[in-house]
Design a protein around this ligand. Structure first.
Ligand code: DSN
Length: 416
């Protein structure tokens, strides 16, 4: 278990915060779908002496000396990612998901080019073209969303928008879409309009490598993913692409956007890729989806409205409109009950992103602790009990006692 002894010796104030967060992680259930618990080996690499090194450039072509081992670390991470995903080329240096997506656009497009992505308020991501983001400020954005009647992406509509606006980049991928992406259809549409096809699989990459979600590789031109969500690695990202885009992507990452790569994180990525190659990772990914389905089914039985009526992946998007509770108040109440979720817009939300109508739930972290369908059904019933009386602190505290008791039987990797 991480006991932060050295930190305690130099910074008692920070130590207290870290002990508090450790307790929170252990005694509550993490249901934010983009979060997970990394292994002790990944944690060790992240807190290692590799953070001491600078290594601008790429293996064999660096701007600083002393790269004998760092080159090997980066090559190992690249090689494992190529094998794990079946990618032609991989850049393992992006600091995180947003810089990875920006690097793709910076490397392959000219300012003012048209890009097409999923609208943030319908499930997309900031970097897929939101007006206040670099992507929305630098490129002409056209967007697709989901159908009002079934909450699903309509590929005919995506094709019509693409034919009308002829984007240079077609982005598939989302942060709040509970259904499968038809990556092949996106690639066909991109080809039809002469666009580069990009898939951002940050949320689902762990499911993709396990074969639980169809993969956009090898046919998609560029694929980005964070490494810390369902993939269960360090807080970071990678870019995968066809060989023809490799030089432009690499130049965009360094020296275009970034300086020295975070070598300790690269090492942690190499470890995570190795872990994800193990047969037990496939079982883990299958259980993530089974757990999400159990959670969704029980929530439906408790009278909740789910966007698209359920889930095919790791997340569930709950529309609270008919429950008479707003997402922010639900998030606060659930926090008090030891259930960590995030408020989230639902498609066609009439409320603002700061105070949306829904909450977003996911099972990757709970599944890492070994929780299965019976625990997910309990979670759904706790959510119902909490949300039906969101201001009843005594009731919420009582739920947290039950949550704490259940959590004691499911240790957190790296914490215990
Ligand atoms: N912040 C991530 C998420 O929660 O989905 C997206 O970048």
């Amino acid at each position: 278990m991480q006991d932060f002894v050295a930190i305690k010796g130099v910074d008692i104030e920070l130590y207290d915060f870290m002990i508090g967060e450790r307790k929170r992680q252990r005694e509550g259930i993490e249901l934010i779908p983009s979060e997970n618990y990394v292994s002790s080996a990944v944690l060790e690499a992240m807190g290692s002496i590799l953070t001491n090194k600078y290594s601008e450039g790429y293996p064999g072509k660096r701007y600083y000396g002393g790269q004998e081992y760092i080159d090997r670390v980066e090559n190992l991470a690249r090689q494992r990612a190529k094998e794990l995903f079946g990618a032609e080329h991989v850049n393992v240096q992006p600091y995180s998901g947003s810089p990875a997506n920006i690097a793709v656009m910076f490397g392959l497009l000219s300012y003012g080019d048209t890009i097409m992505g999923m609208r943030l308020d319908q499930g997309g991501h900031l970097t897929h073209g939101l007006g206040v983001n670099f992507s929305g400020k630098s490129y002409n954005v056209v967007s697709y969303g989901v159908r009002r009647d079934n909450g699903r992406i309509d590929m005919d509509e995506v094709r019509q928008i693409a034919l009308q606006h002829r984007p240079k980049l077609v982005i598939s991928g989302a942060t709040a879409y509970p259904r499968l992406f038809d990556f092949e259809a996106f690639k066909t549409i991109a080809d039809e309009v002469g666009a580069i096809a990009m898939a951002d699989i940050s949320h689902i990459s762990g499911l993709v490598v396990a074969g639980v979600h169809p993969s956009p590789l090898p046919f998609t031109d560029v694929v980005t993913t964070t490494t810390h969500k369902t993939l269960r690695g360090p807080r970071s990202a990678i870019i995968m692409c066809k060989e023809q885009y490799a030089k432009d992507i690499d130049r965009a990452v360094f020296p275009g956007l970034q300086g020295g790569p975070h070598d300790h994180t690269t090492a942690a990525k190499a470890i995570a890729f190795k872990e994800a190659m193990k047969p037990e990772f496939k079982d883990y990914a299958r259980q993530i989806v089974a757990n999400a389905k159990a959670l969704a089914d029980e929530l439906l039985a408790c009278g909740f409205d789910l966007v698209s009526g359920g889930t095919d992946n790791h997340l569930v998007l709950v529309d609270l409109t008919h429950k008479g509770v707003i997402g922010k108040d639900a998030e606060t109440a659930l926090d008090k009950a030891g259930l960590t979720v995030n408020k989230n817009s639902v498609p066609y939300d009439t409320r603002s992103p700061f105070s949306p109508s829904g909450i977003r739930l996911g099972t990757p972290a709970a599944t890492t602790r070994g929780m299965k369908e019976p625990e997910m059904r309990r979670v759904a019933r706790w959510i119902e009990r909490a949300i039906s009386h969101p201001s009843d602190d005594a009731r919420l505290a009582a739920i947290h006692d039950e949550v704490r008791e259940m959590c004691a039987g499911f240790p957190v990797p790296g914490i215990g």
